[in-house]
Write a protein that binds this ligand. Sequence first.
Ligand code: FUL
Ligand code: CA
Length: 496
Amino acid sequence: MRKDIITNFMLINLVLFFLSCSSEPGDIPLNKVVPSPQQIEYQQMELIGFIHFSINTFTGKEWGHGDESPELFNPTELNTEQWVQAAKDAGMKQLILTAKHHDGFCLWQSKFTEYSVKNSPWKNGSGDVVREFVDACRVHGLKAGLYLSPWDRNHPDYGKPEYLVYYKNQLTELLTEYGPISEIWFDGANGGDGYYGGANEERRIDRENYYNWEDIWSYVKSLQPNILIFSDAGPDIRWIGNENGFAGETNWSMINSDTIIVGAADQNYLNTGDPDGKNWVVGECDVSIRPGWFYHESEDSLVKSPQQLADIYFKSVGRNGTLLLNLPPNKKGLISENDIQSLREFRKILNETFSRNLALGAEIKSDNIRYEHEKFSPVNIIDGDKNTYWAADDGIIKNTIELMFDQSITFDIISIQEPVRFGQRISKFTIECLINNKWETVAQGTTIGYKRLLKTENVTTGGIRFNILEINNTPAISEFGLYKSTPAEKTGDKFN
Ligand code: FUL
Ligand code: CA
């Protein structure tokens, strides 16, 4: 090699070396199991709504038998924009509509059955609730999801291979004619007695093999690559194992999907997830604002209170899940005033509670800061930006982050978030406070994940220690907050 070339080569290397010293270090190492970008975006929505609306709305049943006349479906003032507005005002970012429930009645003009709105008096048989629903979602900037019950108590072929052709045809209609659908909901309830085209008998299916779920899921993704699929087993979103809206206090976003039989899953496993799970499958907590999933006049006085809804939020979103809250429209085709009132107050409670992070302004330090670099500084956990984070050096297991205050603060809610794009890591932590010059443990927990909310007694303190005690990889925290709940939450008083 010529001498001048060697010198140039060395010079370039020297420049590169200095550049790498001054540039930002990369992110922390990834876990083996991490969410997809769609799953991250999904979980950040936090709050989504369910719309159970069908022939049951008019018969007062929860599960139609499949022989109810389509003529019963006749909402007098149906207004999907009213649904979407109510959901949006409550802070929901997506709505999911029951396009077909177990009774088999279709809310759209399906070419493959007569059991649909096309034989209803509503709009002289030319209406399409699915269309009006997705249109309203789009107008107001909400994502639209659909529920297509695998169980069909109307269809003559249910339980036979022919029904699966029908089922896929319906999926094709819903996923090709209505634009982007963000989530599709596959219910676990399946098989039993029904009308079945007049057979009026009991039909059981082989839950493990009948649907060939893998095949259906890949078909769904071939039609809409960005859609997220919900079922007991995911593959993207899993049922949380109960219909109260409660995730486990320990809740991993990982499970082993292949161990789950849709409709016969271990509910406890779904509730807590699996630290050793191979699949990232976020838990979704479904619950109705009323006792039933469908509207019944007799339940008008049983709408959950704003305080109950706030409690559910803490036990779903605050335990690393999403909250899927059902708002069933009434016979008019509108969400009832009681439900809207409760939703409104619920939103006010959340807004008021989380309006001021009392941790802001604290003097903050950490035992360990990755590379001693500002990219990983603990100040990043109180900057209100979910993308910035504190992290420790690889190999660090236990770490304490300390926040000291000039003036004591009083809080009763702690909020902690992990940057889950790198995976879910923490499995044990405690919170200590400096009270009368002594450090006292005021809260402790296991998993954190996207968000962990903890409630405490009123704590007045000048200092906090957040101790991370067990992890499966380099620990990192994106946000930390201390809040004081609004009096309205405890007393049940209404806002003005
Ligand atoms: C259940 C169904 O049987 C209920 O009717 C409701 O749709 C609920 C969300 O899922 O499995
Ligand atoms: Ca941050």
